[in-house]
Design a protein around this ligand. Structure first.
Ligand SMILES: NC(=O)c1ccc[n+]([C@@H]2O[C@H](COP(=O)([O-])OP(=O)(O)OC[C@H]3O[C@@H](n4cnc5c(N)ncnc54)[C@H](OP(=O)(O)O)[C@@H]3O)[C@@H](O)[C@H]2O)c1
Length: 263
């Protein structure tokens, strides 16, 4: 069985990731057999874009697909797998797409299970470039793992075997560099909005922050009052932040942490 190109895929979940993954798999030649969303309109929209059959009841998911990809919320993976187990053959290949969830959540339901985790942030409104996205694959089943690697290479130049423990660690780091960094952008945006200054003024700075670390270590690129131990500036910033007590808390925690890392 070869999952790439010739094998049919059933996609469970039409959210931020399912929407893009399904369309990209279809565009690269994979046959998407069925697309599931509890919302019929969502399933139909993605099914139209992928040439698949839309389904809005898990009981309608047919057996016989070469691979079932569960792109559902982390908390729903086990429950969806338990429901699918009731009517799919026991030897069906089932993977999930979560960075934070071990592959073992699928083990009680499908012995042939694994992970197909694209390490990127996906929003429905933004078209991702899959070719550069690291695809982290894993399966305790050697044959399935080889097939997932082949499917990954169909989408991206960057395919990696990452086991459950490594993926959990990778996900912690990803939360820092994406979720927390984005939250800091949100704080900056809120402050400038409050003061009627355009956020666009910060965009070149944000871009340069990211560009610099393509070729340099982040710790070597750190600048700012916390790194310089410039207490007068820090005090002025904290005086301003009295109007944003929650942001002052974040400022203090990060300033302390930077100070501790550059003793
Ligand atoms: N978005 C990202 O940046 C990203 C990146 C890498 C990996 N992932 C992983 O991909 C998975 C999906 O994430 P997402 O961002 O696409 O989430 P999302 O946009 O919130 O979509 C979640 C999907 O899960 C379905 N779902 C939720 N609860 C369900 C239940 N009880 N039964 C059946 N289906 C249920 C939803 O179905 P309905 O359509 O019926 O509401 C929806 O299709 C997660 O495991 C996530 O960790 C996401």
């Amino acid at each position: 069985m070869d999952i790439s190109l010739k094998t049919s895929i059933t996609l469970i979940g039409a959210g931020n990731l399912g929407y893009h993954l399904g369309r990209r798999l279809h565009a690269t030649g994979a046959e998407i057999r069925q697309v599931f969303s509890r919302e019929a309109a969502k399933a139909e929209e993605l099914a139209r874009a992928t040439g698949a059959q839309p389904v809005s009841q898990l009981e309608e998911v047919k057996s016989g697909a070469g691979l079932y990809i569960l792109a559902v919320s982390d908390g729903a993976i086990a429950q969806v797998a338990a429901t699918l187990q009731q009517h799919l053959p026991a030897n069906s290949a089932v993977v999930h797409t979560s960075g934070a969830t071990p592959s073992t959540v699928l083990a009680p339901y499908f012995p042939k299970h694994g992970i197909f985790y694209p390490l990127q942030t996906f929003s429905r409104s933004r078209e991702p470039d899959f070719s550069t996205i690291p695809i982290c694959i894993y399966s305790p089943d050697e044959e399935l793992e080889g097939q997932l690697a082949a499917l990954g290479r169909q989408l991206s130049h960057s395919v990696h075997r990452i086991d459950d423990e490594q993926r959990a660690i990778l996900h912690v780091a990803a939360v820092f560099v994406n979720n927390f960094a984005n939250h800091l952008f949100h704080i900056g945006h809120t402050i400038l909005k409050e003061e009627k200054l355009p956020f666009e003024l910060l965009l070149p700075l944000i871009r340069e922050t990211v560009d610099k670390i393509e070729t340099n270590r982040p710790e070597d690129m750190q600048t700012g009052p916390a790194r310089r131990r410039d207490q007068e500036t820090i005090n002025r910033h904290l005086a301003y932040l009295k109007k944003f007590p929650n942001f002052a808390e974040v400022y203090r925690a990060l300033t302390k942490n930077i100070g501790e890392m550059y003793r």
